[in-house]
Design a protein around this ligand. Structure first.
Ligand code: NAD
Ligand code: IPM
Ligand code: MN
Length: 360
């Protein structure tokens, strides 16, 4: 029996749709296993800008700092795209949360559920029985946080964003990747653009150094353009991928589609220690917001990661994953993963069926 404090940031668009279902699932788990999950809902993103004139009010940041973990939906949308960067939900809330809380390690597991092989655009003979890739994305450095601005160039105004990485930043994310690989298939692929970028040369050199502490782990390096191609040509090559902030953003969306839908991929953003923020890798999907169409599984699986990584509740986390598998095996699908012969259901019913499977 334990009492755990979770700050919940539903955010914008489909954020509230999917987080509501993940909270419902956590409540089911709490009841079944005798835990008290205390939710503290706060505003972040466009909804916070509308209410307070700022995307990340101090009160929200304080609540996050004072909780055991954070569950986030998604932020942003066309309504706020015109705002200056610091007031936009993406930079003003999400990136600020990640950097203020030191969440440098972003784990994005891309796993194909057997039942969903039809939903993957990749041929069954390429995927085989299963696919299980872990993208380890650096989250608080690189071009997202480098110097940026506008200046007068040779042909008038120009804009710039600097990609910079320190050895310290590369080393700590590489360690996370190798530690994860030790618990998996002992294979790390480091993705960079070392044929062009200085920051990638330092990346490659540092990852190679870190590898010396993990002699059991096989390390290979791949240029990002080739990696993007290999992910669809031969996804089975990959076990753990470690890469920079921007490459990890792109590669993980690509990996998600291999699993059937971006609505399936959870993530954990971790600092050193147990604290973390958990969110689906997808965005606020304004096109389907509030229509009971969004797939809540990515967020529900993010809640499972929360239980495991921040609370050490391994059996409870596994119970959620097993329930998701059961519901998919029973043929229930939100529209994004629907194929002929399966049963199309909405966001709420998917959440409810996963709860029922936990209680069964
Ligand atoms: P998106 O991920 O929101 O949507 C891309 C496509 O995937 C859309 O067709 C959408 O309907 C679909 N999709 C996404 N999640 C889904 C789900 N759970 N179930 C079913 N379909 C789903 O990406 P976008 O359209 O590029 O961005 C929309 C907004 O979200 C932008 O403002 C962007 O900045 C923001 N965004 C936020 C986050 C975040 O908060 N972590 C992540 C990515 C994008
Ligand atoms: C993600 C998103 C964010 C990112 C945006 C919204 C800032 O795409 O979490 O993958 O690029 O990190
Ligand atoms: Mn992204």
């Amino acid at each position: 029996m334990g009492s755990y404090h979770i700050t919940v940031l539903k955010g914008d668009g489909i954020g509230p749709d999917v987080v509501t279902e993940a909270m419902g699932v956590l409540e089911c788990v709490g009841k079944k296993y005798g835990h008290d999950f205390v939710f503290n809902e706060k505003l972040a993103g466009g909804c916070a800008y509308d209410a307070y004139g700022e995307p990340l009010p101090e009160e929200t940041l304080e609540a996050c700092k004072n909780s055991d973990a954070i569950l986030l939906g998604a932020v942003g949308g066309p309504k706020w795209d015109h705002l200056p960067a610091n007031l936009r939900p993406e930079a003003g809330a999400l990136l600020k949360l990640r950097s203020s809380l030191g969440l440098y390690a972003n784990l994005r597991p891309a796993i194909i559920h057997k039942a969903l092989s039809d939903a993957s655009p990749i041929k069954p003979e390429i995927i085989g029985d299963s696919l299980d890739i872990l993208v380890v994305r650096e989250l608080t450095g690189g071009i997202y946080f480098g110097e940026r601005g506008y200046r007068e160039g040779k042909h008038g105004e120009e804009a710039y964003d600097v990609e910079a990485y320190s050895e310290f930043e590369i080393k700590r994310i590489a360690v996370q990747a190798f530690e994860a690989a030790m618990k998996r298939n002992k294979h790390v692929t480091s993705i960079d653009k070392a044929n062009v970028l200085e920051s990638s040369k330092l990346w490659r050199r540092t990852v190679t150094e870190v590898a010396k502490d993990y002699p059991e782990v096989e390390l290979d390096h791949m240029y990002v353009d080739n990696a993007a191609m290999q992910l669809v040509r031969n996804p089975k090559h990959f076990d753990v991928i470690v890469t920079s902030n921007i490459f990890g953003d792109i590669i993980s969306d690509e990996a998600s589609q291999i699993t059937g839908s971006i609505g399936m991929l959870p993530s954990a953003s971790l600092a050193d220690g147990a604290f973390g923020m958990y969110e689906p890798i997808h965005g606020s999907a304004p096109d389907i917001a509030g229509k009971d169409m969004a797939n809540p599984i990515a967020t529900i699986l993010s809640a499972a990661m929360l239980l495991k990584f921040s609370f050490g509740l391994v059996a409870e986390s596994q119970a959620i994953e097993d329930a998701v598998t059961k519901v998919l095996d029973a043929g229930y699908r939100t529209p994004d993963i629907y194929s002929e012969g399966t049963k199309k259901i909405g966001t709420k019913e998917m959440g409810k069926r996963i709860c029922d499977a936990i209680n069964a």
